[in-house]
Design a protein around this ligand. Structure first.
Ligand code: BGC
Length: 496
């Protein structure tokens, strides 16, 4: 059978039971700020997210990251949950201000690094591989006070921080992810008020930081490659939000708007690292330069990458770290000048993006459009000569309840599309990661948006975790290494 989602046609494998390919490892992910709590434990200093959440009105439900799941205290219960699921690996992140309370590498917190070292040891002891994200958005406030990602020196600060982690954990950690989703913390944090550090410098701030992020990532990769890989023998890469974008209709203007949006949203970060030519995508460079000139700026609002910088960044990822939640469709038809602030990222794209007529989802950015993940995987394959892809996040948001059949449906259909991408299209996907192990602090949405395979009782001081139906379902998928599209999970009352 063939199926088409606005544009593009794919052949789908029609079977209700599919073997998970041998080379596909299955895991779950979390991030430090979202689960650890212990925001001022020992010598930890505040991150930009601690401070952002403490400002009244910034988080939808008024919650903060002070406690969340208390994993800093209760991580051993997380280990039991991981064991229960039977995952191959666990992707977690390190909190920069917990390890380096000054932000700089002149002082390493014994308790901070000790926490992650124990976590790594205990994961390995139960046969689960630790996959470590170096930066998942919780910058030390002390570095933000110096400009944060807008200060070019951050490339050095980040490299120093990465060195501390490679030195302390690299004998046991073999998979490193430098940055999680540069687009999200750059665009939302520096171009809008949605995320910390709430700089709101639309049309300029978010472009200044892209260059610094790419250089920071590249330095951390080169450091690993030259000084640590020879003895530690691991991999190091970056994770990019790779939600799919395409035209809403097949009019030439919409098709082009879809391509431009994909280059703005994904290619901006992936092109400099993975493309043969290096540097930012041409469409993006041209569009921002044109709009900047129209708006009377003496030069493009997008800082240039020099030849040396392009060369430094090019080829600096051992895999394509791929996060995916949903897809959007772009049209120029309903776009009107002035509907977005001028200048701004959205105005630069110059088209309106929507989730199309797909079924509503409780958390809008996880609308279920399974064919989109396949298209995104194929886009990466075609653009970048079929790199190895680690799906480092994929998941569905709900607002409540433990009988999360909708989440199971989402996972079934997305994993099915991933298997089509591997088996029919030849995409080299070797890792699939469900987001998330448990409910957590969903950034400025607070604890109201639930992404967990495990439900967390946030009113209870023990932050008791209970497996949802989806946890039983994922456990079964992992144990049988089979995707059964008709499987119904056997649920039991247990807690951790
Ligand atoms: C982020 C996660 C977040 C998830 C769900 C991703 O963009 O990496 O931290 O919780 O989306 O919104």
């Amino acid at each position: 059978m063939t199926c088409s989602l606005f544009l593009g046609t794919y052949t789908e494998v029609q079977t209700k039971m599919r073997k998970i390919p041998q080379g596909l490892r299955l895991g779950v992910a979390t991030a430090a700020f979202q689960i650890e709590g212990g925001w001022n434990a020992s010598d930890k200093t505040p991150s930009i997210w601690d401070n952002f959440c403490h400002i009244p009105g910034r988080v939808a439900d008024g919650t903060n990251g002070d406690d969340t799941c208390k994993s800093y205290e209760f991580y051993q219960r997380d280990l039991k949950m991981l064991k229960f699921l039977g995952v191959d690996f666990y992707r977690f992140s390190v909190s920069w201000p917990r390890v380096l309370p000054n932000g700089f590498a002149n002082k390493i917190s014994k308790d901070g690094i000790g926490y992650y070292s124990k976590l790594v040891d205990e994961l390995i002891a139960i046969g689960i591989e630790p996959v470590v994200t170096i930066y998942h958005w919780d910058l030390p406030q002390s570095l933000q006070d110096l400009g944060g990602w807008a200060n070019p020196l951050i490339a050095e600060w980040f490299e120093d921080y990465a060195r501390v982690l490679y030195n302390a954990l690299g004998d046991r950690v073999k998979t490193w992810i430098t940055l999680n989703e540069p687009k999200q913390f750059g665009i939302y944090g520096y171009g809008t008020e949605r995320f910390a550090p709430d700089i709101c410098s639309a049309g300029t701030g978010e472009y200044m930081v892209v260059k610094n992020m790419l250089l920071a990532h590249a330095r951390a990769w080169h450091l690993y490659d030259k000084e640590f890989r020879p003895t530690q023998k691991g991999n190091c890469g970056i994770t990019i939000a790779t939600d799919f974008r395409e035209g809403l209709t097949d009019s030439p203007a919409d098709v082009e708007a879809g391509k431009l949006a994909l280059d703005f949203e994904v290619g901006f970060y992936s092109h400099p690292i993975f493309s043969k030519t290096g540097g930012f995508p041409e469409r993006v460079v041209k569009r921002i330069a044109e709009k900047s000139a129209e708006q009377g700026y003496p030069r493009s609002r997008l800082p240039e990458l020099s030849k040396e910088e392009i060369a430094l960044i090019s080829g600096t990822s051992d895999f394509f770290g791929f996060n995916h939640y949903s897809s959007k469709f772009y049209t120029t038809e309903t776009y009107k000048r002035g509907m977005f602030p001028i200048p701004s990222y959205n105005d630069d794209i110059g088209a309106v993006g929507t989730y199309g007529g797909y079924k509503e989802a409780p958390v809008i950015h996880t609308k279920k459009i399974p064919n989109g993940i396949r298209k995104a995987l194929n886009w990466v394959k075609d653009q970048y000569d079929n790199p190895e892809i680690f799906i480092t996040e994929n998941g569905y948001g709900t607002s409540s309840g433990s009988n999360d059949l909708e989440r199971i449906d989402y996972y079934k259909e997305y994993i099915n599309a991933v298997l089509d991408a591997i088996e029919v299209d030849g995409c080299r996907v070797s890792t699939y990661t469900a987001w998330s192990l448990m409910d957590n602090m969903e950034w400025s949405s607070g604890i109201g948006a639930k992404f967990g395979l495990f439900e967390v009782d946030f009113n209870d001081d023990q932050k008791t975790r209970r497996p949802r139906a989806s946890a039983f379902w994922y456990k079964d998928l992992i144990a049988k290494r089979t995707l059964d599209l008709e499987a119904k999970p056997q649920v039991e009352e247990i807690s951790f």
